[in-house]
Design a protein around this ligand. Sequence first.
Ligand code: ZN
Length: 98
Amino acid sequence: MKFYERERAILLKQQILRDQEGVCFVCGKAFTIHDQIQAAHRICKSKVNLNKYGSDVIHHRLNLVCTHDICNSAVLINPETQTGKDLIEEIKQAIENQ
Ligand SMILES: [Zn+2]
């Protein structure tokens, strides 16, 4: 990861944490200073998904939520389901309207 990418990732995580008011997206508990907080991808950042939808979509703010490390896997959405398709559509529209 390049320096500016890491800086961008840190800022994005802080923004998501603020938006979620400091609580985990999955379990709803407030994060403490002892927690490993992760910016979890809802549509998984697999090679297949990156090729199919593009990194702009997969790494978009709307595809990320903050969770505890142990809660991370609970946010996964299958992109083939209606929920997944809706999220991808929402992200594409957000990118278009930027
Ligand atoms: Zn949690």
